[in-house]
Design a protein around this ligand. Structure first.
Ligand SMILES: C[S@@+](CC[C@H](N)C(=O)[O-])C[C@H]1O[C@@H](n2cnc3c(N)ncnc32)[C@H](O)[C@@H]1O
Length: 172
């Protein structure tokens, strides 16, 4: 009898989108964060990329530092708050690095990034609060035409949000 070849992984046509490290953050995504930020804060985008998120903060009157040549794992810039949309292939590493730096931070991550062993350990050790939008954020993805199929939330540390889970409306 002929044996059927079983693929090692089930192909997921959307997987490459979620793993895409180059997805840039539109302005409306930062609006729910703004009430929790102080205007005098210096914000470090530690995964700067094309600078899209940085532009959005600048438009809203914030000083933003960082550039695309800096490696987050080698730098510790003088700032009050770290904010980025990290490369999703390095979620755990970015979270661990940010927790160890110890400054307030907000990372825009797939909402399901609440799970998994390593992250669970970090959240138990340091704590985490979420801002959860009522719809998916439509990133700008240079290599793809498609909108992301996954939902993202702001994963916040030391931001003193009113609740651990903060459900918000956003207006694209
Ligand atoms: C999802 S994009 C976000 C870009 C921008 N922050 C935004 O939100 O529009 C993530 C960026 O992280 C950059 N990146 C990857 N590894 C990095 C590292 N170790 N240190 C700093 N940036 C890194 C990638 O080049 C990519 O441009």
């Amino acid at each position: 009898m002929m044996k059927m070849k079983i693929p090692e992984t089930i192909p997921n046509k959307n997987k490459d989108l979620e793993n895409n490290d180059e997805c840039y953050t539109p302005e409306y995504a930062i609006i729910p964060l703004l009430p929790y930020l102080k205007k005098e804060w210096k914000i470090w985008d530690c995964a700067f990329g094309s600078g899209r998120l940085a532009e959005n903060f600048k438009k809203n009157g914030f000083e933003i530092i960082g550039n695309d040549n800096l490696n987050f794992f080698d730098e510790n810039l003088d700032c009050d708050f770290i904010c980025t949309n990290p490369p999703y292939s390095k979620k755990d590493e970015f979270l661990e690095r940010a927790f160890n730096i110890g400054k307030p931070f907000a990372f825009l991550l797939p909402t399901k990034a609440l799970g998994e062993k390593k992250r669970n350990f970090l959240y138990r050790k340091f704590g985490i609060q979420l801002i959860i939008p009522d719809r998916r954020i439509n990133f700008e993805i240079p290599s793809k035409k498609k909108a992301p199929w996954f939902h993202t939330s702001w994963f916040c540390y030391k931001m003193n949000l009113p609740k651990d889970l903060n459900f918000v409306e956003i207006n694209p």
